[in-house]
Design a protein around this ligand. Structure first.
Ligand code: PRP
Length: 211
């Protein structure tokens, strides 16, 4: 049997992915070892191998077939726009992509003025403002702590992930509009989906029972 390779997202999603896999009887316990510098883990019995990658790299590994399957956030799938199949909503990591800012920015947003939008997700922001709101905006790409942008005057609003809303509250910002709901998804390489159809289908059935 051919080895089925999984690319998992490092960080917040990793732990929950391993929890789900273990519940479904897919053991990759060595991956929980935070000390290890090992990059790839093999479960010989199941003919599966697993590696951790940065979120935005997961769809890349899957599109090129270096991984058959990826577990990654919907935000990253939308932002990266890779050719792959999204086959399952794993439900964990649930949050929302939102347009946020100070209450005073609502007026600017509604009057369709040329505003600046700071975000880690320029494609999602562009799609939302251009295609859904039909509004021309200046998009400024940042790499983290996006909430700083409207506070220090870099932008009027941000497009960012809201989970508990604590970061916004602690910084005097609000959700002004919702772009879309997000959660962890399973993605599959397009060729693997055909070649390993049966195995992947039974994996989905197995995982679905645990969600
Ligand atoms: C994310 C996101 C928000 C925060 C939302 O940032 O960009 O800042 O979490 O969570 P909350 O609604 O529960 O407060 P993350 O911690 O991933 O770090 P980053 O700022 O470096 O992107």
């Amino acid at each position: 049997m051919r080895m089925l390779t999984f690319a998992l997202t490092k960080g917040r999603l990793a732990e929950k992915t391993l929890d789900l896999f273990e519940k479904a009887g897919i053991s990759c316990t060595q991956m929980r070892d935070k000390q290890t510098r090992r990059l790839i883990f093999v479960n010989e019995e199941l003919r599966m191998s697993f590696f951790l990658a940065k979120g935005p790299d997961v769809p890349t590994y899957v599109e090129y077939g270096a991984a058959d399957i990826g577990i990654v956030g919907k935000d990253t799938i939308l932002e990266e726009g890779r050719r792959l199949y999204e086959v399952m909503d794993l439900k964990f990591g649930a949050c929302r992509m939102c347009v946020c800012g100070p209450e005073s920015a609502r007026e600017l947003l509604d009057s369709k003025q040329l505003i600046r939008v700071a975000t880690k997700y320029p494609h999602i922001a562009k799609d939302y403002f251009y295609n859904r709101r039909h509004q021309t905006v200046d998009i400024i790409k940042l790499n983290g702590s996006i909430e700083l942008a409207p506070i220090v005057g870099l932008s009027e609003v941000i497009v960012d992930i809201v989970e508990t809303g604590n970061t916004l509250r602690e910084n005097g910002l609000k959700v002004l509009e919702e772009v879309c709901p997000l959660s962890a998804r399973m993605v599959v390489n397009q060729v693997s989906m055909k070649m390993e159809d049966e195995r992947i289908r039974s994996l989905i059935t197995q995982l679905r029972k645990m969600i």
